[in-house]
Design a protein around this ligand. Structure first.
Ligand SMILES: Nc1nc2c(ncn2[C@@H]2O[C@H](COP(=O)(O)OP(=O)(O)OP(=O)(O)O)[C@@H](O)[C@H]2O)c(=O)[nH]1
Ligand SMILES: [Mg+2]
Ligand SMILES: [Zn+2]
Length: 329
């Protein structure tokens, strides 16, 4: 009877199994023990890639009863405990859902991979991601991929949008996973850190990963010709080691970013410029929507706050009012 409990890191989440790498470098296919739930979080996945866990190896007889773990050839174990997280990125599991989905835990940064075209990532999606990351204290770098595809107008737009986000204090990278353009500075940014790759389907998360970690060889696929959208090719989250030090967590593409567990009066705290300017509003409880003496509305009029950012702010307020989010975000 094997009853030792060992510590490990969750490196892969296939939905039904969590692959854990122990401190000694051994791999186990794990299930979560019983129905233990994380403090107050109603999540579709109680454990996420990046979690540190305690596991208890199960006897070999039980592994043969689980065909998929058996197929992976890994010994099986039970996750008996999850260590406290330094941070995590969480979103609403789906429209109208009360459940959340933890995208990854214990990351040094989230790289939001976005594209100006093929497919187009909308700014509301970007801002919702940024606001959530801000709330959970995860630094974000914006990685604009597929620069090889853009025409002159799109390049102008790219420059403008990068200027906007840089002004707000977010690191921005313009890269092409195809030509390698811009990849050198991204590599420097990734060194020594655990970085989450997130974004819409089809923006090239896995293609970038394959370029950065050639032995990863994860599946990628063309956009659908009819809709110029990704096809949700990556179906589970997985962590890969970078040469040197650091690692990347590749994740399935997400359609909308439904924010989880925000109070309406909190939303403005996570839009850096709205928070800053909002301190000048006449009323302390200003929602920046209609109030007299609202400094945010004035800054919006003066183009000191970008309209796209303000619209994203409104969309998040609306979530709270309607308790839902629109799928397209
Ligand atoms: N032209 C061009 N195409 C790219 C670039 N990066 C990725 N692609 C293509 O975009 C398509 C989607 O790439 P994936 O890497 O599968 O996208 P993903 O973000 O991992 O998508 P999901 O796994 O569905 O979330 C593939 O056909 C890639 O070859 C790039 O820099 N330039
Ligand atoms: Mg992918
Ligand atoms: Zn105001």
């Amino acid at each position: 009877m094997c009853s030792v409990v060992v510590r490990g890191l969750v490196v892969r989440n296939t939905g039904s199994w969590y692959d854990v790498r122990t401190d000694e470098g051994q791999f186990f296919a794990c299930k979560v023990k019983g129905n233990f739930r994380l403090r107050g979080i109603r999540s579709t996945n109680p454990v996420a890639v990046g979690d540190f866990v305690e596991i208890k190896p199960t006897e070999s007889a039980s592994s043969s009863s689980s065909p998929d773990a058996f197929a992976s050839g890994l010994p099986t174990a039970l996750i008996t405990e999850i260590h406290d997280r330094r941070n995590y990125i969480i979103r609403r599991a789906s429209n109208l859902s009360k459940q959340s989905h933890i995208i990854a835990a214990n990351v040094d940064q989230a790289c939001l991979i976005v594209t100006i075209a093929h497919p187009e990532t909308n700014t509301t999606f970007i801002d919702r991601f940024l606001a959530s990351a801000e709330a959970y204290r995860v630094p974000v770098a914006l990685v604009f991929n597929k620069v090889d595809l853009y025409d002159a107008d799109q390049i102008r737009y790219l420059d403008a949008i990068m200027a906007l986000y840089r002004l707000l204090g977010y690191a921005c990278f313009a890269v092409s996973a195809y030509t390698g353009e811009g990849m050198d500075s991204l590599v420097v940014e990734l060194q020594g850190k655990t970085s989450l790759f997130s974004g819409n389907s089809g923006v090239g998360k896995s293609t970038l990963l394959n370029r950065l970690v050639p032995e990863a060889q994860v599946k990628t696929a063309e956009l659908s010709t009819a809709h110029d959208q990704g096809q949700h090719t990556t179906t589970f989250s997985e962590m890969f080691d970078l040469a040197g030090s650091g690692c990347i967590i590749d994740t399935p593409g997400i359609r909308g970013f439904g924010t989880y567990d925000f109070e309406p009066d909190e939303v403005s705290h996570y839009f850096r410029e709205i928070f800053r300017v909002g301190r000048e509003c006449r009323f302390g409880n200003c929602t920046h929507t209609h109030e007299p003496g609202c400094a945010v509305l004035k800054a919006l009029d003066n183009h000191e706050i970008a309209e796209s950012r303000y619209l994203s702010y409104l969309s998040m307020l609306e979530d709270k009012n309607e308790r839902k989010y629109r799928e397209k975000y």
